[in-house]
Design a protein around this ligand. Sequence first.
Ligand SMILES: [Mg+2]
Length: 174
Amino acid sequence: MAIRLFGMDVDGVLTDGGIYYGGPAAELKRFDAQDGMGVTLLRMAGIVPFIITARGSAAVERRADELGIDEVHQNVKDKIGCLMGILDRRGAGLDETAYVGDDLSDLCVMVKVGLPIAVANAREEVKRVARHVTAASGGRGGVREACEYVLREAGLLDDLAARFLEGEARAWEK
Ligand SMILES: [Mg+2]
C-alpha cells in the first residue's frame, strides 16, 4: 500500500530531544536542515506530513510553518484520536500512514499505522514495533532518512532528487 501520510513526533525525532529553557516562556529547540529537505521531498511527492506531540512550543509552530506542514497538533493528550481525525480529514487509511517515533508515548500510534519507523536513538520497546529503524538519530538526519526510505520504497526518490538539477524544485522550498 502506498504511503500518503507521514507523521512525526517532535522531541527526539525532529530534534535530538534537548529542550532549552531560555526565560519565563522561551523554549528553544534545535532542528536539522537536512530533515527539512526530507519533508519538502515528501510534499513534492504528494505525501502529507503531520506532527503529533504531547508537548507544545512556539518553536514547533515556526518550524512546521517553514516546512509547509499544515497538520501540526501540539499538546495532544489523545494521540490515537488525533491520528484518526487527520486520516478522516485527508481520506487516508492507517495502512497508508507512516509514523516516526522514539519513545513509549509513540507506541500507541506506531502499532496502528502501516509503516512504523523508529529513529536510531529510539527506546528498545519502540524499535521492537518498528518496521524500519534509521541509522541516524533524531535531530541528526533521522527524519531525512525516514523520508528517503518511504520515497525509495515508492520508487520516487531518484526522480524527485533529479528535479533539483533543473532548479524546478525551488518553488517547494520555503
Ligand atoms: Mg519523542
